[in-house]
Design a protein. Sequence first.
Length: 139
Amino acid sequence: MKGRYRKRPVVIEATQWFKNGDHPLDNTTRDGTTPNGQHWEGEAVRYYRSPHIDGNVVCRQCGLAMHNHGWIDTLEGGHIVCPGDWIITGINGEQYPCKPDIFEATYELVTPDGGVGDAERQSAGERGVTRGPIRDTTN
């Protein structure tokens, strides 16, 4: 039916992703290895690989080399995850990536008491419902 619609207010969980092993479900240490030192294929975001694309090719969306990217399986199929994308866990436990500008325009911080935080006082990097720690990406 044609008409104007508004999203229902649903609280989601989200974590901003910067590099492989960065998502809390990926069970890795800061350097991308498991606690016993092995490299880990993430549970939420896997390493991006393609037999058809060299890892040094620059991404058209973010301008970084493809070897800095992740891959996530969604209900609609697989998606590339750029550094800085948000990984959202939906109401049925499904996970999908969201570009930072779309995330900022769509979501606002929910405070511990269930209220909405003052978006005007939050920088773009602090917007979100819940998040993992921001990681140092200079290493």
